[in-house]
Design a protein around this ligand. Structure first.
Ligand code: ATP
Ligand code: MG
Ligand code: ZN
Length: 347
């Protein structure tokens, strides 16, 4: 899978420019904070970065072990390799989504009192840190305040607001914003080069803009389009429902039920993705809704005869269909239900 194969393994491969520069700055200062908090939305590189940091400060072939100036992990020494395959005695990864209680945290604190074995630092990566219980956070607090000299805690979270202030204030915070279009494109180019796939600027833009601000989603979409041989603009647009979103809404607006159902069937049979169709239709309806309330926008105005009530009702139905997509035995079913209910409500 592209998103796993091309997970960044060096600072240079972290495609989020701001984060990369921040990390380089921290590592070059040689004053490694004892606790870092990596904050940001899904798929923006928090876990990858935590591992790169752990490798960098424990690498046997870089500045941290007195060899040269580079702060990059070499990716080939025994320390880098064991961190990469999660067998390092010095690096512990804890997924707080499943280990969130006081016992797990106590074990971790206990382990932190031992000196590192193979590298310079013991690193504790606590992923999904916001899931930790209050009691466990309290236990952690003391250790974060006065950690043993060779210990680094790296907490990663998508929900900073659920992490206690007292914890946040003891951490050096690194903010991972939403993935930027140009950074995503940089990642896509990196993957394309390795895979020897030629991508047009148009396709790059298309993928980056449909990636939900996430590097992971972008890598997945790229792979989806590649596997299905849809890496040209027209086929990709069809797949993404871009060519169809206007048509779906117009069809709902102007045609009888049987015509709309036939349209959905045809769209799906000709290779369109229902998921992206619903996503784009919802985005379009949202634009119409905001415009009808005079919220300023740079996008051109969309004309519609649907009343605001009909628009919100359709949005609600499509939203529900979107959620149900995951469990649908046939991809079109949730959308078909939404369409039928939309017409039923008209009566
Ligand atoms: N900054 C980045 N540069 C390059 N690739 C990235 C970056 N961030 C994420 N990716 C891609 O997305 C995948 C997932 O990244 P990662 O697991 O580090 O994200 P995360 O922020 O921990 O996400 P989550 O919050 O869902 O755990 C990586 O394997 C990689 O393919
Ligand atoms: Mg993660
Ligand atoms: Zn190394």
């Amino acid at each position: 899978m592209f998103y796993l194969t091309y997970r960044p393994h060096t600072l240079a491969e972290v495609d989020n420019v701001i984060v990369r520069d921040t990390l380089i700055h921290i590592l070059k200062s040689k004053q490694i904070p004892h606790a870092l908090l990596l904050v940001g939305p899904k798929g923006t590189g928090k876990t990858s970065t935590a591992r790169i940091l752990a490798m960098s400060i424990n690498c046997l072939n870089n500045a941290f072990s007195g060899k040269g100036e580079s702060i990059e992990p070499c990716n080939s020494c025994t320390n880098c390799k064991s961190i990469e395959n999660s067998s390092s005695p010095d690096v512990t990864e804890m997924d707080a989504a499943s280990n969130r209680g006081i016992d797990e945290v106590r074990t971790l604190i206990h382990d932190a009192s031992f000196s590192p074995i193979a590298g310079k630092y013991r690193v504790f990566i606590i992923d999904e840190a916001h899931m930790i219980t209050n009691e466990a956070f309290n236990a952690l607090l003391k250790t974060l305040e006065e950690p043993p000299a060779s210990v680094v805690f790296i907490l990663a979270t998508t929900n900073e607001e659920k992490v206690p202030r007292t914890i946040i204030s003891r951490c050096h915070k690194v903010v991972f914003g939403k993935a930027k279009i140009e950074d995503i494109i940089h990642m896509l180019k990196r993957i394309a080069k390795e895979e020897k796939i030629v991508l047009t600027e148009e396709i790059l833009q298309l993928i980056a803009r449909h990636a939900d601000d996430s590097f992971r989603d972008a890598a997945k979409l790229f792979e989806e389009l590649h596997v299905q041989n849809k890496l040209d603009t027209i086929r990709a647009q069809e797949y993404l429902g871009i060519r169809a979103k206007g048509t779906l809404i117009t069809t709902l607006e102007t045609q009888p039920l049987d015509k709309t159902l036939a349209w959905v069937a045809l769209f799906s049979e000709s290779g369109g993705s229902i998921k992206y169709l619903i996503e784009d239709s919802l985005k379009e309806l949202r634009r119409i809704l905001l415009q009808s309330h005079n919220i300023p926008s740079e996008e051109p105005e969309i004309k519609t005869t649907l009343s605001p009530q009909r628009i919100t009702s359709l949005m609600r139905l499509l939203q529900e269909a979107y959620i149900n997509l995951k469990y649908a035995p046939v991809e079109t079913i949730p959308l078909e239900i939404a369409v039928v209910e939309f017409y039923n409500k008209q009566k």
